[in-house]
Ligand binder design. Sequence first.
Ligand SMILES: [Fe+2]
Length: 212
Amino acid sequence: MHRPTVPIEGSHVYGDATHVLAEGLRPATAEEIVGPYFPVRPIVSTTNDLTVIAGRELRALGQVVYISGRVTDRRGTPVQNAELEIWQANAAGRYPHPADENTAPIDQNFDGHTKIRTDLEGNWRLKTIKPGGYPVTPDWCRPPHIHFDVRGRASRLVTQMYFEGEPLNEMDILLQRSWGGKETAIAHYVGSTGLPEPNALVAVWNIVLLAG
Ligand SMILES: [Fe+2]
């Protein structure tokens, strides 16, 4: 069979389709272990505000942080209705978990669990308390982080979100060994004007799922 010796229009993409496809794709958010403090009971809360518990007069102790972001696939297509299960330690670095042997105090006004969903544009938001770090061994203290289990249409991502500028980030074994670029696991602060809480932080963290 005769084969053309000169490229026909558009044929140049065929032999290098993988390369072409890879260009422009965003790196998927790094994966991490679930960790030992996944809630022992199913997460039933769907609140976007972990700083208060319904029926309690006082809010949780610690620095308020507003976190928002968008869930997309690697092409940047928003993933609507993705489910985000979230759990975290309180401001003192203590989980309300029976296996947590940290002697830091439990905060009766902080539950630290919720399950939220993205909107039609893939956006999500959470108001919470910046978690404290906590000791794992005498030589290892975990940096402040929030656990996420994200379920999109096709992908599931278990990971941990960190805060930029934390000295403990550079020494954290889990962050340094995360499956994927560690930069993808770090939330960045943006301006925080007009918020009801003085000194509140505002952070952005976008989540990229492998297949959306
Ligand atoms: Fe943790």
